[in-house]
Design a protein around this ligand. Structure first.
Ligand code: PMP
Length: 377
């Protein structure tokens, strides 16, 4: 019998049966009063859980759309922006800045480490930036930015807006919008929410909404806050068709999150990550992200000498686990293991055991299985 595939890439993450069921429901009209009520509840929960007195937008699209939506509603062509990048997805923000014609400065780190917040402070003291763009967890490196500390540096009184890409972080790493001086937090449904791909989620704090007003009409159409705001206030209205079943799936994800408690969810991710990462190191792997800035949502796992990436990942699929390859310079040198969202101990132990077996099957001389002994003590 073939092993079922456990999808342990950094998104989409495993979808639990109760969320999967929402995807399979008979699709309702988007003006159906029951759906309108459900959508309203989703929006209210997102605002209260992530603590903003501003707005939240839930629109059909992926994380990249959310990135585009964030900048389009706050920054005009020619304005000055500070981009802090820790890898591939930070660089993607750079590409967007380029297309939009922003005048942007880049602070970047070596892959695996972070930009020292003191450099951000220095740059802010020297220049008047319209916005600072930061990726909370860069999925290419497994590095976590000190989002709260950067928020303190920017402050709540400054004219500089703070945009955080939470695609690989939100609902797993600690984030609160207004309390952390975040003006826009953006994410997608397919990572730590454990919902299938297809929803872009964008929180916009009070200052971001004020800024949107100042801009008047913007060039972009689909991502314009002004187009969506009436729907977010009354989901019975129409601008563009909502992804009905995905909204239900998100409602179920939020039910799970409320049941667990957001802080308890952050703690679980921290504890699981520690045990997963310690076990991988003990098996003989390395980790790209330095310890002080290691994300809890995924691990970028460096192969021991002599292990071939393609062979390893192929054999791992035979063992029932799918992981992702490295990006950029690290293609072929590491695999990316997602461990975020609604994953339980069964999934974690099965994944680690499959990794240990695969390493052995690839000819590794050590005893990677011994690293699992801690589970039996
Ligand atoms: N930002 C980060 C940090 C990501 O990890 C990703 C996706 N891996 C994106 C943005 C882009 O999201 P999407 O693929 O959903 O467009």
């Amino acid at each position: 019998m073939k092993n079922e595939k456990l999808v342990m890439i950094p998104g989409p993450t495993p979808v639990v049966p109760s969320i999967q069921r929402e995807m399979g429901r008979k699709t309702a009209a988007f003006k159906d009063p029951d759906f309108v009520r459900d959508f309203k509840e989703v929006l209210a929960d997102l605002k209260s859980l992530w603590q903003t007195k501003g707005e939240v937008f839930v629109v059909p699209g992926s994380g990249t759309l959310a990135m585009e939506m964030a900048v389009s509603n706050l920054i005009k062509t020619g304005e000055k922006v500070l981009l802090v990048t820790h890898g591939y997805f930070g660089d993607r923000f750079g590409e967007i800045c380029e297309r939009k014609g922003y005048d942007y400065d880049i602070l970047q780190s070596e892959w695996g480490s972070i930009v020292d917040p003191a450099r951000i402070e220095e740059a802010l003291a020297k220049n008047d930036y319209r916005a600072v763009l930061v990726t909370h967890v860069d999925t290419s490196t497994g590095v976590k930015a000190p989002v709260e500390e950067i928020g303190e540096i920017i402050g709540s009184a400054s004219d500089t807006l703070y945009i955080v890409d939470g695609v690989c972080a939100t609902a797993a790493e600690r984030e609160y919008v207004d309390p952390m001086n975040i003006d826009i937090l953006l994410t997608g449904s397919q990572k730590a929410f454990g919902v299938p791909p297809g929803l872009a989620i964008v929180w916009a704090g009070p200052r971001a909404m004020e800024r949107r007003k100042e801009l008047g009409q913007i060039r972009e159409y689909y991502v314009d806050f002004d187009k969506w705001l009436p729907i977010m206030h009354d989901p019975g209205k129409y601008f563009a068709t909502p992804a009905v079943n995905l909204v239900w799936a998100l409602q179920e994800s939020l039910r799970i999150i409320k049941d667990e408690g957001l802080e308890a969810r952050f703690t679980r991710h921290r504890q699981d990550a520690r045990i997963i990462q310690d076990t991988l190191l003990e098996m003989g792997f390395g980790l790209l992200a330095e310890k002080h800035c290691r994300a809890v949502t995924l691990s970028n796992v460096l192969y021991p000498e002599g292990i071939d990436d393609e062979e390893f990942r192929e054999k791992l699929v035979e063992e029932g686990v799918v992981v992702a390859g490295g990006l950029g310079e690290y293609a072929g040198k590491l695999f990316r293991l997602g461990h975020m969202g609604n994953i339980d101990q069964h999934i974690i132990i099965s994944t680690l055991a499959a990794i240990a077996r695969t390493l052995k099957r690839c000819g590794f001389a050590g005893e990677p299985g011994k690293a699992l002994n801690k589970y039996f003590q």
